[in-house]
Write a protein that binds this ligand. Structure first.
Ligand SMILES: Cc1cc2nc3c(=O)[nH]c(=O)nc-3n(C[C@H](O)[C@H](O)[C@H](O)COP(=O)(O)OP(=O)(O)OC[C@H]3O[C@@H](n4cnc5c(N)ncnc54)[C@H](O)[C@@H]3O)c2cc1C
Length: 389
């Protein structure tokens, strides 16, 4: 067994690190008001668009997309390593513009695009000129996607869309959304859910900012009222939009795992450094076994999560769907990151709670990882199914 990352991945990781050090982290330091607490805004998006443009020019932005669509075709092991590197840098917000991952960028689901859709939607996404979002979740249909209430009805050369979505990341800023709606509520997942490109300025489509605990202004609610979408905007076959989405949703779970590992590594470094300099009872708190154990447990769990994730990525690269392993990696890495964030905040004492330091911001972000991309309970449910339960 060879546990070493391939040479080309190590070189790419180094190149991404240099890009972060040269183009991304200095911009965050120069714009503390805009970037410090990781809040999105139109202004922030303008700054991010410049980073995205550079990333497109260097070929990083679409590394995750298949080569036949003009992407880098990088394998999952490589992508996991790069996502980890970006999260590990401690970027407060601009790092999200480097790789065109969901929700803003192009995804493998768009493989199903027609020539018209490639020109109008996919290519501008690949060039980083437009951003999108993935609008699946509804007020009454979260984990239970098949309970979706948004509907589409064919009317001549259009579909008429009615319903609502919520929690949609990049929803406030996207140029167009990828929206899921039921063409037949009886059929549910088996031919009942279709997907569409919906331009943000389509009459009958309105959106409203939805504030979260992270206070990052990144989510929106969507409302569709007799919103007429051209039939040529349907992604894939009628009734099978969710099936194509499900294929890449599985890969999205690996994205969560890699981000969790990188974020936890950054947190661990903060904890170790703080423990060495914070003096109480006339000695650095790093001398106390209680502190050492929190950090040692964190390091151990990060290591375990990393190998689970790389192994899963490797399985996918061998052509295995690795459904059980993807769920296990997402579950373990997200819960690990949440525990690490909690411990590192504790190591910082009251300072960890103050906005002067990034720990509290990461603590809030880490909490999301157990919910987004399928909750921990849903991952356990999927793992249990593979055990025949
Ligand atoms: C910040 C943020 C960003 C998001 N971004 C997007 C986005 O861009 N696009 C998008 O479409 N969605 C997005 N989501 C939605 C996210 O995917 C859902 O929140 C998630 O899938 C859970 O759905 P829910 O919130 O409706 O919870 P529910 O499904 O209502 O679940 C509530 C609780 O019940 C548990 N539960 C549900 N079913 C079961 C079961 N069968 N067995 C055991 N426990 C169960 C859940 O685990 C959870 O603990 C985002 C959410 C957040 C918070």
């Amino acid at each position: 067994m060879d546990f070493a990352l391939p040479d080309e991945v190590r070189q790419l990781k180094d190149a991404i690190k240099k890009f972060l050090d040269r183009e991304v982290l200095p911009k965050e330091r120069e714009n503390p008001e805009l970037c410090g607490e990781g809040k999105f805004s139109e202004e922030l998006h303008d700054l991010g668009a410049k980073i995205r443009k550079k990333s497109v020019d260097l070929g990083y932005y679409t590394l995750h997309m298949p080569e036949d669509l003009g992407g880098g075709g990088l394998h999952h092991v490589g992508l996991s390593a790069i996502r980890e590197e970006i999260a590990k840098s401690g970027t407060s917000i601009l790092g999200i513009f480097i790789l065109g991952d969901p929700p803003m960028g192009p995804t493998g689901m768009l493989r199903e695009c027609t020539d018209f859709q490639k020109k109008k939607y996919l290519e501008p996404l690949m060039r980083g000129e437009k951003t999108t979002c993935f609008a699946l979740t509804e007020p009454n249909a979260g984990s239970d996607v098949a309970a979706m209430e948004a509907t589409v009805v064919r009317d001549g050369d259009h579909y008429v869309l009615n319903g609502s979505k919520h929690f949609i990341s990049n929803g406030p800023y996207c140029d167009f959304a990828q929206v899921f709606a039921a063409n037949n509520r009886e059929l549910g997942m088996n031919g009942g859910i279709s997907a569409f490109f919906v331009d943000a300025d389509t009459p009958g489509f309105t959106r409203r900012l939805q504030r979260s605990m992270a206070d990052d202004d990144f989510q929106a609610e969507f409302f569709f009222e007799d919103c007429r979408v051209p039939a040529e905007n349907m992604i894939g076959k009628e009734g099978f939009g969710f099936l194509s989405a499900a294929t890449w949703l599985s890969a999205e779970r690996l994205i969560v795992a890699s981000n969790a590992i990188g974020m936890a590594e950054y947190l661990l470094n903060l904890g170790v450094e703080y423990a060495k300099i914070r003096v109480q009872f006339k000695q650095p708190i790093a001398k106390f076994q209680a502190i050492q154990w929190m950090l040692a447990d964190s390091a151990t769990e990060i290591e375990a999560a990393r190998w689970m994730t790389y192994h899963t990525a490797w399985l996918i690269d061998q052509g295995d769907m690795a459904l059980k392993e993807v769920s296990m990696a997402k579950l373990f890495a997200s819960e690990m990151c949440d525990r690490v964030a909690d411990r590192v905040l504790q190591v910082h004492g009251g300072m960890g709670y103050m906005t002067e330091l990034p720990v509290q911001r990461l603590y809030k972000l880490a909490r999301l990882l157990r919910i987004g991309g399928g909750t921990s309970e849903i991952q356990r449910h999927l793992i249990a199914k593979t055990l025949g339960l």
